[in-house]
Structure formats: C-alpha cells, structure tokens
Design a binder for this molecule. Structure first.
Ligand SMILES: NS(=O)(=O)c1c(F)cccc1F
Ligand SMILES: [Zn+2]
Length: 262
C-alpha cells in the first residue's frame, strides 16, 4: 500500500509549508471559481471499481487518518473522467476543521466546507509503485469530495467506530472489507478537474484533481469523532487534537479548471 511517509515529514497542524516550492506553478488546493470553469464535452463519466477485500488498515499518521488499500494488483481502480490511463486506489483520508465553519482544502466560489475526503490513486499503466508515480506529472489522480453536516452517514460509521483505536500518531489497526464506493456521492458525473499537487509535503505537482460537485452528508457527531484524534503520539506529553489539518489555498497561476457539466 502507499505508505504516506510523505505526510510524516510535516507535523504542524496549521502547516503552511515552505513558502516557495521549486517551480510551484501548479500547487493545490485552490478556490474553484465556478463561472470561470470551462465546460469540456470530452470529459467522460468516472469509472470506479473498488474491491472492499483490498482494504487493509486504518492508521493515524500524525496529520490525518488513512485507510490503506492493497495496491499490488488492479483490484481497486479508477479510470474515465479526465484520465487516459488506469489508476489504482492506494488510500483515502480526510481534512477537517476545529469547527463546522471550515475544514475543506478546496473551496467553491470561496465557500468552505467542514471537511474534504481525498481518494488517492496512482497511474498503474505508466508506473509500478505509488512512490514512483508521485514524482511524475501524470502520476496521481485524487478524487475530492466535500462533506457537509447533516444526516448520519451509515457507511462512514464503521470507519468512525475504528477511530478511538488509532487516537495517537503512528497507531494502526487492521481494517477489512470497507467499500470506499459507499463514500461517493450519488452523482459522480458532475465534477471539476485541474492539474495540481499534493497538499502535503513533498507537494509534488503530480496530481490530476477531480473535485465532485455533489457533496456527501455526515452527522455532527461523526465529525466530532474525527476531532477526537490526536496529532501527538502516546509518548508525548502535550496532547494536541487533530483539527485544521488543511493547507491554505494556492495561486491558480493561469491554470484552467474544466467542468464535466454545464
Ligand atoms: N492531500 S493529498 O490528497 O494531496 C495527498 C496525496 F495525494 C498523497 C499523499 C498524501 C496526501 F495528503
Ligand atoms: Zn488530502
């Protein structure tokens, strides 16, 4: 699975990261200005094919919590949409705030959501490992899904129930048979797409972002459990609650944001 050692390299909750990234003209996240996005009729519907049996573990990496999948075969894949190649799911994780007023990384016409889900995939047609793909400009495809507070998300509850076991940084528990498809919105045909970067170190500009127009709903209590996680390990004295683990928005630098819908 794609061990996100990359994310380990930063600890600070309101991580701002290096001010300038070498050649950083396609950084993420960004604000999506709807009226400036360009409808592209060539954009296809997304094709996801996820096998819950490839779900392996859930762990706290000191920045977010990750659900990791076995990406040694083509069992859980993403294709279609803006993508030419077939991508393998390696992990999904979230970003959230200390209150419901903010927490997402991307925004839509400056609208902030309380949280954002990222499903991370790498280009298995061109590369053989996540660690390799992450350095290439067509290496990764990340689906971004906004969370809103509302009714309880039944599918998410299994994941929420596992969080107390990984309260501290570097804790991991076995986690099987979770189908990430249950976290997708009902409509996955409407999305924005643009070329960007990882939003955590090493910030490599290797990501085709696919941001869903339709959000999913989770309950206030489910989100509160996210905030019960800690940035700090069991050994550390001061416990810091894991909140505001999002990056600040980055300049568009002339990039086009395309939409799959009018
Ligand atoms: N946030 S993000 O989706 O850009 C991301 C990745 F794609 C890969 C690893 C860590 C990470 F945080
Ligand atoms: Zn992310």
């Amino acid at each position: 699975a794609c061990s996100s050692k990359f994310v380990l390299s930063q600890m600070h909750p309101m991580w701002q990261g290096p001010l300038a990234v070498p050649g950083g003209d396609r950084q993420s996240p960004i604000d999506i200005v709807v009226r400036k996005s360009i409808f592209d009729s060539e954009l296809k519907p997304l094709v996801t094919s996820y096998d819950p049996r490839t779900c392996q573990q859930i762990w706290n990496n000191g920045y977010s919590f990750l659900v990791e999948y076995d990406d040694t075969t083509d069992k859980s894949t993403l294709k279609g949409g803006p993508l030419k190649d077939k991508f393998r799911l390696c992990q999904f994780h979230f970003h959230w705030g200390e209150t419901n007023a903010w927490g997402s990384e991307h925004t839509v016409d400056r609208k902030l959501f309380p949280a954002e889900l990222h499903l991370v995939h790498w280009n298995a047609d061109k590369y053989s490992l996540f660690e390799e793909a992450v350095m290439e400009d067509n290496g990764l495809a990340v689906i971004g899904i906004f969370l809103k507070v509302g009714k309880r998300h039944e599918g998410l509850q299994k994941l929420v129930d596992a969080l107390p076991a990984i309260r501290h940084k570097d804790s991991v528990v076995e986690f099987n048979r979770f189908d990430p498809a249950c976290l997708l919105p009902t409509n996955t045909d409407n999305y924005w797409t643009y070329h960007g970067s990882l939003t955590t170190p090493p910030l490599t500009e290797s990501v085709t972002w696919i941001i869903m127009k339709q959000h999913i709903e989770v309950s206030h209590d489910q989100l509160a459990v996210f905030r019960s996680l800690l940035f700090t390990s069991a050994e550390e004295e001061a416990q810091k609650s894991m909140v505001n683990n999002f990056r600040v928005q980055q300049p568009l630098r002339g990039r086009a944001v395309r939409s799959s819908f009018i």
